[in-house]
Design a protein around this ligand. Structure first.
Ligand code: 5GP
Length: 214
């Protein structure tokens, strides 16, 4: 958490990985454990998978609606991923930041790059790698929600996604999910304590220095 009672700038916390590296699990753990961060729910034109809930996992919309949102400048970033469009609605992010919450983004490297161009110093980018190709394939198959041709396409895309690892401040190897989660939490908490995010420090230290706080 941030320092209690001290104003701070919110963290825009990006988690990216090839699909199957465990990012969604870690995102869920983070949201469960840490009340000070909330998820940015993306819009997408891809079909809903079994078990997904509209409005929780994504806002599932059609292509004309997506194009309208782009034209109306309602998205902070957007990209084509696996032949579908994905984007981050701007208004909810602004509302979460205004209410003092940090925001978690499960977006790809294109989104991470665009977000960084817009919000630079507020953005913290974390990339999660699978421990091996074999393990990545095993995890994608075990999930059982996609057809074999989709899995093969995702394996092919994984290499392309991984090639962008150097566009991130932090790169983690998710072999043990508990350990990886602990590392993610450490990064988030350390970033919250960066001086540049603790906007309340000026007033706080001024009081300390003028001894008005007795
Ligand atoms: P999936 O279809 O498996 O849910 O997601 C496919 C990929 O799209 C993942 O790498 C995910 O991070 C990415 N993604 C999801 N939402 C967004 C978004 O709003 N913007 C961008 N750029 N990528 C997204």
């Amino acid at each position: 958490m941030s320092q209690p009672g001290l104003d701070h700038r919110g963290v825009l916390f990006v988690l990216s990985s090839p699909s199957g590296a465990g990012k969604s699990t870690i995102a869920r753990m983070l949201l469960r454990e840490d009340a000070d961060i909330a998820m940015s729910v993306s819009v997408t034109t891809r079909p809903m998978r079994a078990g997904e809930v509209d409005g929780r996992d994504y806002h599932f919309i059609d292509v004309p609606r997506f194009k309208h949102m782009v034209a109306a400048n309602e998205l902070m970033e957007w990209a084509h991923v696996f032949d579908h469009r994905y984007g981050t609605p701007k208004a909810p992010v602004e509302a979460m930041l205004a209410s003092g919450q940090d925001v978690l983004f499960d977006i790809d490297w294109q989104g991470a790059q665009q977000l960084y161009q817009q919000a630079g110093g507020d953005v913290v980018r974390v990339f999660i790698l699978p421990p091996s190709v074999a393990e990545l394939e095993r995890r994608l198959t075990k999930r059982g929600t996609d057809q074999p041709d989709v899995i093969a396409a995702r394996m092919a895309r994984a290499a392309a996604e991984i090639s962008h690892w150097d566009g991130y401040e932090y790169v983690l190897i998710n072999d043990d999910v508990q350990l990886c989660f602990a590392q993610v939490l450490n990064i988030l908490n350390a970033e919250r304590l960066r001086r540049s995010r603790q906007t309340g420090l000026i007033g706080f230290t001024r009081k300390l220095m003028t001894a008005k706080d007795r």
